[in-house]
Design a protein around this ligand. Structure first.
Ligand SMILES: [Ca+2]
Ligand SMILES: [Ca+2]
Length: 505
């Protein structure tokens, strides 16, 4: 300051000011440049801050927010149209573009649904027709009010390209309540709907009553009728003795897996078999008390593969098998809400044996350092999981930080960016599969720049169906023995990786 004053008094002042202006001018450029650099730096920082990564063995997953500001996303399904279909418990079905996160509401039942922030009813399970591209039907479970009672309904809708229309109510007046309404939906390889229902909080009376549809797994034809090969051909009941299952997944060999809420202890992970009794309310978890052993022996009770005590509120499950995250191959990914005390929020990884009939390792300890426990640090209820069949990304729907959940909520995406060529639009147009749908033979046509690479064909449930070297432009596959359903082919070559879905019917 003192030096500046002395300079001002000198004859060089003009020059100085001239120079000073120059300096100021230059400084402005530098300042602007520095601002840009700072902005760039902050953007990089922001990207880095957003680009939280998670380590899964040797695989690094990059986290991003696909959608924010949702109200209680409940079920997520990857559609054959390559959109994520999502129910929200408040009563909407959303169709989300997985590449941008933009979405449209395609069904709105909010005026019908007895949603309450403090209880559990709402729009719950959903599944798409197994041949959705040709038969665009969507199945949805939601609660509604009849008189003073909460009920539950399974409905089928047509997708008209804009909305879900032409509702057909397939099963009405299933018991509902403020708690324990289930309900997940899957479609099995034999084209039957499987629906889980809760015991409506009746202590398990309905679970053991074969004339009640509550506390059950129901098996339903795609048109809503009772399958003639059900355990009782006059009943939807497929298995019983359930408390409140909110997780269903089908493995590659057709095994049906289910997660189920325990009361205070013994959350369960089950394999569902026809006609079996799963024990509730006489048995919780394994048959391991004197009374349970006696009951299990007398009633041929099917025990869970694993149980968790205290309850951590096990929820949506998904079978994973994709080269993008090899550490999770042949695993069940399970969303865990964290229970009423809000402990144990996480995604648990359950490693299946080769035959899928047992578990080799799993996140059972409750420890946050368990290598099969992920995303505990969100301190949010994890409601459901969905997998991108093309690039192996995993999507997780969060439901707030306390029971039973509150918005605004986020769907997060976890992607292995290293897994070769997750994006290569130019090449993807050069991979063709026809006829689509196929029933006997399907031709996979590659572009010449993919020659020398490798191709693999997977089912949507993750089973490797075929693989080989790309040595000819056209490769014919015999699919006559394959189960009906959705498949995709992946080509990996020097120009990148690309994939295409197709249907076997
Ligand atoms: Ca049980
Ligand atoms: Ca027990």
């Amino acid at each position: 300051m003192h030096k500046f004053r002395s300079l001002q008094s000198t004859p060089r002042m003009t020059a100085f000011f001239f120079n000073n202006k120059c300096i100021v001018y230059r400084s402005r450029i530098i300042f602007v440049a520095m601002k840009k650099i700072a902005l760039l730096f902050s953007l990089i920082c922001a990207v880095q801050m957003n680009a939280q990564t998670w380590q899964v063995g040797n695989t690094t997953l990059t986290e991003s927010d696909l959608v924010t500001g949702l109200s209680l996303p409940w079920e997520m399904v990857w559609g054959a149209d390559d959109f994520i279909w999502c129910t929200t418990r408040v009563g909407k079905v959303l169709r989300i573009d997985p590449s941008t996160g933009t979405y449209t509401s395609v069904l709105d039942k909010t005026s019908l649904i007895p949603y309450s922030g403090g209880s559990e009813p709402g729009m719950l399970g959903m599944t798409l027709h197994p041949d959705f591209l040709n038969t665009p039907k969507v199945y949805v479970v939601y609660n509604y009010t009849q008189g003073n009672n909460v009920k539950e309904r399974l409905s089928m809708f047509d997708w008209d390209g804009t909305s879900l229309v032409n509702e057909v109510q397939l099963i009405n007046a299933i018991g509902g309540n403020s708690i324990h309404n289930g309900s997940r939906l899957v479609i099995t390889a034999d084209q039957k709907i499987l629906m889980s229902t809760g015991d409506t909080g009746d202590g398990g009376v309905s679970s053991q009553n074969l004339s009640s549809l509550n506390g059950k797994m129901l098996r339903i034809n795609l048109d809503g009728s009772i399958p003639s090969d059900n355990p009782d051909p006059a009943s939807y009941v497929y298995s019983y003795g359930h408390r409140n299952s909110q997780g269903l997944a089908v493995g590659p060999t057709g095994i049906i897996y289910s997660s189920e809420h325990g009361q205070n202890s013994s959350d369960e992970f089950n394999i569902i078999e026809p006609g079996r009794n799963y024990g509730w309310p006489s048995v919780q978890g394994a048959c391991n008390t004197t009374a349970e052993i006696a009951y299990c022996t007398a009633n041929n009770v099917k025990e869970p593969l694993i149980e968790w005590t205290p309850c951590r509120a096990v929820n949506g499950i998904e079978f994973y098998n994709h080269p993008a995250i090899p550490e999770w191959n042949n695993c069940i990914l399970m969303a865990v809400l964290g229970g009423i005390p809000n402990n144990y929020e996480r995604m648990s990884v359950l490693h299946l044996s080769a035959d899928g009939l047992s578990l080799t390792t799993a996140d059972v300890s409750g420890s946050n350092t368990n290598s099969d426990a992920f995303f505990q640090s969100f301190n949010k209820r994890l409601r459901d999981i969905c997998v991108n069949p093309h690039d192996g990304s995993v999507y997780i729907a969060l439901n707030g930080s306390s029971y039973p959940g509150a918005g605004p909520n986020t769907i997060k995406k976890f992607q292995n960016l290293v897994w070769a060529g997750v994006q290569n639009e130019g090449v993807s147009q050069n991979l063709n599969v026809y006829p689509n749908p196929a029933s006997e033979r399907v031709t996979v046509e590659f572009s010449s720049n993919q020659l020398g690479g490798n191709y693999s064909v997977y089912s949507f449930s993750g089973a490797l169906m075929a693989e080989g070297k790309i040595s000819t432009l056209k490769n014919e596959l015999n699919v006559s023995e394959w189960s009906k359903g959705n498949y995709f082919v992946v080509s990996e070559s020097s120009v990148g990786t690309t994939s295409k879905t197709f249907i076997v019917q």
